[in-house]
Design a protein around this ligand. Structure first.
Ligand code: HAM
Length: 454
């Protein structure tokens, strides 16, 4: 039997329904924030990621899926969204032909050749946003609040937001020098990768998974002690806005993040539910004011984040959150004879085009078998076609829950279902899945499920 590649997943059945639900919540939330959806290629010229994410980052040195195409071009399956989106921002001159700031969101698969384990996949899905063209600390805070609000809407309780600042380039350089001085006498006791990091980018040492418990690493200088005044003030502003946005956070002076493009604000949001394991960062991001220039675009500030949807689904499961997924069929149309079946085909189409979720039999089951199938699919209503009724322009409808049966005139059928099924809508584009965001639970007409004051 051929099996799926390591670190990849088949998402189907109820799990797929949950993913679709979460995706709809994301789309609906992004609409409210006025972010527009962007889809960039799943592979790019290798250069985009090598230059964008940094030659010395673990992702680029060890984890990319690189290949040479038939014309000998070096290509890479995208390990993340940011570098490709910045490439697209520059190539499509979005800085000139879209309102500034440009607010983009994406939701798609990324590829990293990592050692597969719980929460660490080779094919992963990220939802993320990139806000390009604003250096206002408000944009940092708002970007952090997006995943926080998403998790809130979905019902997650056990999350922790960690923030830090790397400061501007001058602060970062000061810090880099301080780290070099600090590590120099001890570097031979660190892993081989760290010895290379020491030369190329000492900040990376703080991110090392091998030496993470080394006390020398634990006592290393902290970024915040090296921020210049301007960077410090900026970080204070971000924190003020986070308070205004009611985002609870913790400052973690050791947080540096694993990609090279960051400066100023960096953040991570962790799941703290029991049983999650060590790969518990649900979403992460930060500011990257130099990246657009690095990829040959005009000097443009940027900030963004990405959230691993697989990890988010794990957190929802571990917190036992029941998403409001309705899997049942609204109407099952039963037909046995050829004339009944021909009639059913047209009827099913017309009901579906009228907006109902409708099923019929595709495997020549007898009537008893069709009743059983309707039960398996949790059908709410059954239409039982029968040649005699059809000859009289009538139709039998059975409520499969109360078992009540009625005979209707054919012309009245759509009106009838409009009436009985109108309150039982499935998630659709019109449904406001984000209405909980501003819920204070004091309004008598609030549709949220919270208790007063919760
Ligand atoms: P990242 O920290 O590499 O940042 O990934 C963001 C999130 O993607 C992680 O917090 C995690 O939830 C998920 N993730 C990453 N790798 C894996 C994996 N192997 N398996 C499962 N989930 C994973 C970025 O990718 C940046 N582009 C974020 C960003 C956007 N910064 C600015 N804008």
């Amino acid at each position: 039997m051929v099996t799926k590649p390591k670190g990849c997943h088949d998402i189907y059945g109820t799990e797929a329904k949950k993913w679709q639900y979460v995706n709809k919540v994301i789309d609906s939330l992004m609409e409210k924030y006025n972010y527009s959806y962007i889809r960039t290629p799943i592979f790019e010229s290798s250069e985009v990621f090598h230059r964008g994410m940094g030659e010395t980052t673990d992702v680029v040195t060890k984890e990319t899926y690189d290949f040479v195409d038939r014309a000998n071009r070096k290509m890479t399956l995208r390990p993340e969204g940011t570098a490709g989106i910045v490439r697209s921002y520059i190539e499509n001159k979005m800085y000139g032909n879209m309102p500034n700031p440009v607010k983009l969101y994406y939701n798609g698969t990324m590829y990293r050749y990592e050692r597969p384990q719980s929460g660490r996949d080779r094919e992963l899905t990220q939802f993320g946003v990139e806000l390009l063209g604003s250096d206002d600390p408000l944009s940092d805070a708002e970007v952090i609040s997006i995943p926080v609000n998403l998790f809130k809407i979905l019902g997650l309780q056990e999350i922790k937001v960690k923030i830090n600042s790397l400061g501007d380039n001058a602060s970062r350089n000061n810090y880099r020098e301080a780290l070099k001085k600090y590590f120099e006498p001890h570097i031979s006791s660190f892993c081989e990768d760290c010895q290379e990091r020491f030369v190329k980018n000492p900040l990376r040492i703080l991110d090392c998974k091998v030496d993470k418990d080394n006390p020398i690493l634990k006592n290393a200088p902290k970024t915040l002690d090296y921020l210049n005044e301007e960077s410090n003030l900026r970080f204070e502003k971000v924190k003020e806005y986070l308070k205004a946005l009611e985002v609870d956070y913790e400052v973690d002076p050791k947080l540096v993040r694993g990609l090279d493009y960051y400066n100023h604000t960096v953040f991570e949001i962790e799941a703290h539910v029991e049983g999650f394991g060590s790969n518990n960062v649900l979403g992460a991001g930060g500011r990257y004011n130099g990246l657009v220039e690095l990829l040959d675009g005009p000097k443009t500030p940027g900030v963004g984040f990405a959230c691993g949807i697989g990890r988010l689904m794990m957190a929802l499961d571990l917190e036992n959150i029941d998403l409001d997924i309705k899997d049942d069929v609204e109407i099952f149309v039963m037909a046995v004879s050829d004339t009944e079946k021909n009639y059913a085909v047209t009827l099913v189409q017309s009901l579906r085009m009228s907006g109902f979720k409708v099923e019929m039999d595709y495997t020549d089951r007898n009537l008893k078998g069709q009743f059983k199938q309707a039960d398996r699919l949790n059908a709410k209503y059954l239409i039982i076609l029968n040649d005699k009724d059809l000859a009289k322009n009538e139709i039998k409808v059975k409520n499969n829950i109360t078992k009540e049966e009625i005979t209707l005139e054919l012309d009245y059928l759509l009106y009838y279902f409009d009436e009985v099924l109108q309150d039982e809508e499935y998630i659709n584009e019109n449904e406001d899945l984000t209405s909980d965001i501003e819920c204070s639970c004091h309004h008598h007409d609030c549709k949220c499920h919270h208790e007063e004051g919760e």
